[in-house]
Design a protein around this ligand. Structure first.
Ligand SMILES: [Zn+2]
Length: 416
């Protein structure tokens, strides 16, 4: 063989080695996920279901047992002659992923197991106007606290839920109106600080993944999500996949213009949904009205201390200004839900966030407005469920960690 031929043969051998390794990874993921979804499967059943040889299944299961990802069920002594098949069970506690929810007001982090089970959460407040460097340092501190609580945990990496537009998979915060950030390479900067793999996703998309896997949208294929908290965000899952859009900005409904020429939004535009319906927007509108001399019980609250909780209390007590602001928020959110339904034709719309959680009958009011605005021509429109998040504030943490877990379960073997 000449030199070029030898080089060619070498490349072929290398390619065979790589494809052999990929094949092994794919088979391993196939077997692990089968055991994860169907408890109590025997090796023989796995071989039948996957079409892999019993020897290959045996080798893969031995590796999964050695890595503690799978347990054998206790054999029941029956007195029968011969080998009885032993059932296998997935062990969700074998690995953990960090889930980190970064909000304008606070950072929350917890470990999440492979089954979506969340451990105790720790929080740190974010000082007003914090820049990326401070937020990254606080996040790294919080992660050290969470890890110190769980010595011996095998941590796969960290998933981060971040407000605003985020590029995937690069994890660059392209534009976060509420933090005032542009083009911050958050993933790279946090990886440097943590020495761990990091994945970063928009916060509402992270929460949507968690609701889709474990919460309110479980069992659906196409669902829309609206989060109403400090800001307003949206997400859509289409045919079982998160739809991010070309620039990571799909379903950013908080910045849909709803009143041209309306109040200035943090994004630089005027009259966005967020300036009327978010916690920060409603407080800003209340302060404007108070400054303009509107009669309200809220005059008794020092301006600097006025927050959404006080606004909600005043609305519950029948204060005219607070009621008016809450009703406008409900109307515009109803319009947003109707537009989501008409744009994406989902099976379900899930509403989450601190404003929805605090808002008494807000969900019912939003639904009433949605019914007024939604297109009635399609037979399906009447049957779109508008529902509250099941996982609540935990959804962002579980969903962020879920990004890391999904990668691990797709290829549970570190590339050699
Ligand atoms: Zn805006």
């Amino acid at each position: 063989m000449d030199e070029a031929g030898a080089r060619g043969a070498g490349r072929h051998a290398q390619a065979r080695k790589v494809s052999g390794r990929l094949m092994h990874q794919a088979n391993r993921a196939l077997v692990l996920n089968l055991i994860r979804r169907h408890p109590s499967l025997s090796r023989a059943r796995i071989a039948r279901e996957t079409g892999l040889s019993p020897a290959t299944v045996g080798t893969i299961v031995d590796h999964l047992l050695a890595e503690n990802l799978v347990h054998e069920e206790t054999k029941v002594a029956t007195g029968a002659v011969g080998r009885r098949p032993v059932g296998l069970r997935f062990n969700p506690q074998a690995r953990q992923a960090l889930g980190i929810d970064i909000d304008v007001l606070e950072i929350t982090a917890a470990l999440v197991d492979l089954g979506g089970g969340m451990g105790p959460a720790r929080r740190l407040p974010v000082p007003p106007g914090a820049g990326p460097a401070l937020v990254l340092d606080l996040t790294a501190d919080l992660v050290r606290q969470v890890l110190a609580q769980a010595p011996g945990a095998l941590v796969l990496g960290a998933g981060v839920a971040l407000p605003g537009m985020v590029s995937w998979p690069e994890g660059v915060s392209l534009f976060s109106p509420n933090f005032g950030w542009r083009d911050v390479p958050f993933k790279a900067l946090l990886q440097e600080r943590l020495g761990l793999g990091v994945l970063v996703e928009n916060e509402v998309r992270a929460a949507a993944l968690a609701e889709f896997r474990y919460g309110a949208a479980r069992g659906t294929r196409t669902a829309a999500f609206i989060d109403v908290g400090y800001g307003v965000g949206g997400a859509v899952i289409v045919d079982g996949s998160l739809y991010r859009g070309v620039h990571g900005a799909a379903a950013e409904i908080g910045h849909n213009t709803i009143e041209p020429g309306g109040p200035l939004c943090a994004c630089g535009k005027q009259g966005c949904l967020e300036v009327f319906a978010s916690a920060s927007g409603m407080v800003a509108r209340a302060l404007e009205a108070l400054d303009a001399g509107r009669a309200s019980s809220l005059h008794s609250v020092p301006r600097a201390a006025l927050d959404f909780d006080q606004l909600a209390l005043a609305a519950a007590a029948g204060d005219c200004l607070a009621v008016e602001l809450a009703e406008r928020a409900a109307a515009y959110l109803g319009l947003a839900v109707a537009n989501m339904i008409d744009n994406w034709d989902p099976e379900m719309v899930v509403l989450s966030g601190s404003v929805i959680r605090a808002g008494g009958r807000l969900l019912e009011e939003i639904e009433a407005f949605e019914q007024r605005f939604v297109l009635r021509s399609g037979a399906a429109n009447g049957s779109v469920a508008v529902t509250r998040s099941l996982l609540g504030a935990e959804a962002k943490i579980v969903g962020a960690a879920g990004l890391v877990i999904a990668e691990f379960l797709a290829a549970p073997l570190a590339p050699a």
